[in-house]
Design a protein around this ligand. Structure first.
Ligand SMILES: [Zn+2]
Ligand SMILES: [Zn+2]
Ligand SMILES: [Zn+2]
Length: 242
């Protein structure tokens, strides 16, 4: 956190250095980014990502869409607009926040975007089938995704029984856990641990971690078997992604 001098913000451990939450999904035919955070440009530079086929959004909070403008580097090399998959609420926010990319007369060099509205129905990006999972973030609807045996959910503090069914059977779950203390719109570590345990997921990673969570090594060592804190740069291999 900017200007914070707490033990986590001052930690020399790389795993305590967290940019905003996002994932990159790669299959044999597709490279998909979930959310373009304000750190998107640096995240792509850091990981050397030279091609993105599509962006899939979870919700419209700034820490999940703010870096979208930098998509234009991929426009430049691919010579095509970037497909974006987002629900109605997020689509409206993208059109407001990046109004210049949707103007009738466009200034040269701005991002070229190709919006695809999503709802409850699954959709394909190349060989990847995305199944939307509707979760609650206080009063806001957030879209989680099941892709084969992998499920990604961020910014939730409640998931209905019906939507939980869509997560069951996943081999790997990534889910948000902000900190240990109660929060209005995010699962706490305990809530996320209990959810993963109740779903009997073999391997769970916690993401969207605040500096208030504590040091990575200490918190990670306290977690049950099959559960770990995610960290920037973590790579996970999932066998079945169809
Ligand atoms: Zn701090
Ligand atoms: Zn949010
Ligand atoms: Zn967030």
């Amino acid at each position: 956190m900017i200007a914070c001098k707490c033990a986590v913000c001052m930690s020399p451990d790389k795993k305590d250095k967290r940019l905003r939450s996002s994932i990159l999904i790669r299959s044999s035919q597709a490279t998909v980014v979930v959310d373009t955070t304000p750190d998107f440009r640096y995240q792509m530079l850091r990981s050397g990502v030279d091609h993105v086929d599509a962006v899939v959004f979870t919700h419209s909070h700034k820490d999940h869409i703010g870096g979208l403008d930098d998509i234009r580097a991929y426009n430049f090399f691919s010579q095509r607009p970037m497909p974006l998959h987002a629900n109605q609420e997020t689509t409206d926010a993208l059109k407001r926040d990046f109004y210049y990319a949707f103007a009738d007369k466009k200034y040269p060099g701005i991002p070229e975007l190709d919006l695809h509205l999503i709802d409850d129905n699954s959709f394909m990006v190349a060989d990847l089938l995305f199944i939307p999972i509707q979760v609650q973030h206080l009063n806001m609807g957030v879209t989680g995704y099941r892709i084969g045996d992998f499920t990604y959910i961020t910014d939730a503090n409640h998931i209905s029984d019906e939507e939980l069914q869509k997560i069951r059977g996943s081999e790997v779950l990534v889910i948000n856990a902000l900190r240990k203390e109660k929060h209005l719109s995010h699962f706490t570590l305990q809530e996320a641990v209990e959810l993963a345990a109740s779903l009997r997921i073999p391997q769970t990673y916690f993401t969207h971690i605040s500096h208030q969570m504590g040091l990575h090594e200490e918190v990670n060592a306290s977690l049950p078997r099959g559960m770990e804190l995610a960290y920037d740069g973590l790579t996970i291999e999932v066998k079945n992604h169809h």
